[in-house]
Design a protein around this ligand. Sequence first.
Ligand code: NDP
Ligand code: GDR
Length: 329
Amino acid sequence: MSKRKCALVTGITGQDGSYLAEFLLDQGYDVIGMVRRTSTVNFDRIRHIQERVKLVPGDLMDEVSLMAILREHRPSEVYNLAAQSFVPTSWAQPVLTGEVTALGVTRILDAIRMVDPEIRFYQASSSEMFGKVQEVPQTEKTTFYPRSPYGVAKVYGHWITVNYRESYNLFACSGILFNHESPRRGLEFVTHKVTYHVAKIKLGLADRVPLGNLDSQRDWGYAPDYVKAMWLMLQQDQPDDYVVATGKTHSIRRLCEVAFGYVGLNWEDYVYVNPADLRPAEVDLLIGDASKARRQLGWTPTVTFEQMIELMVEADLEALRHEQVHVRA
Ligand code: NDP
Ligand code: GDR
């Protein structure tokens, strides 16, 4: 009988980590999830699978913990999804962002090199690396021009992954993923901020929603589709880098139109621009060309932007109604 595959997921408590863990469990993997110590437990996204995964303490800031996890659990695949991932926070905490989102990648790559160089490695790279875009649409060959400390840190993480592949022959892949969302998206990101406020306004729990730049455009996909692409990259014969995107872009205005429109409201009656939500430097337009992923991985997105925003509004309405019932009870 063949041995069960074992995968380590850093960032398992985040949006992508939770979907990837579900996906890997369905594929028959043993899943090890690295979690950092917090004074209050934040396992909301993985509560439903908590009994089926093994959670182990560790932190991308601490290479000793990374080595210990690899030595003890001997995974065959490592998915590095952990990061300080919120762009505005990267201006407020640029050093922390560099430590975790950039140097954290070196710490885990070097732990792999020392403990077991046969491990296959996935790095969560980002379309934020394209920043002030040098080409439309963006491909694996487009020059990077990051526009935030987060984007800069991701460029480092990307190149150190390429470098460890070339220096030590590691099976290290970098997925350049464009924005992807879901009901599990953090509430501070613009899609979920909008859908959550739409649900609140619809239920009479809020009047308005403050936003920043309404003109920026993003290529938004559905997170469960995107975690499958991560896994596919590690199943290939050769390690490589891939853009993962839908190839369609939409403005924040359009996002508002779809989300408010779904519950029969006109977004312009509720949205106002809050200067505090504007960024020191903006990424105006992202649109990805995922033909390489389509061709080599056989990957395609399955959920449209409109369908995704509608299902997020539905999920927020449902959660808020549930909360109201509990508050009344
Ligand atoms: P989230 O912000 O939802 O999750 C981030 C995860 O990283 C959380 O589990 C968090 O733990 C963990 N983490 C943060 N700091 C550390 C640390 N020092 N040590 C260990 N774990 C840490 O991000 P997403 O799930 O949305 O994204 C996953 C990855 O993909 C990130 O690297 C992100 O930058 C990247 N990415 C995301 C895209 C997107 O559109 N979602 C697009 C492109 C790239 P805790 O719960 O304790 O805070
Ligand atoms: P982004 O996502 O910065 O692209 O990074 P976010 O949803 O935060 O912003 C997208 C765009 O919306 C504009 N915007 C606002 N954004 C937020 N958060 N809040 C607002 O009120 C608001 N108003 C307008 C922003 O200016 C921006 O142009 C995400 C993260 O998941 C990264 O980790 C990941 O690497 C990239 O996507 C790809």
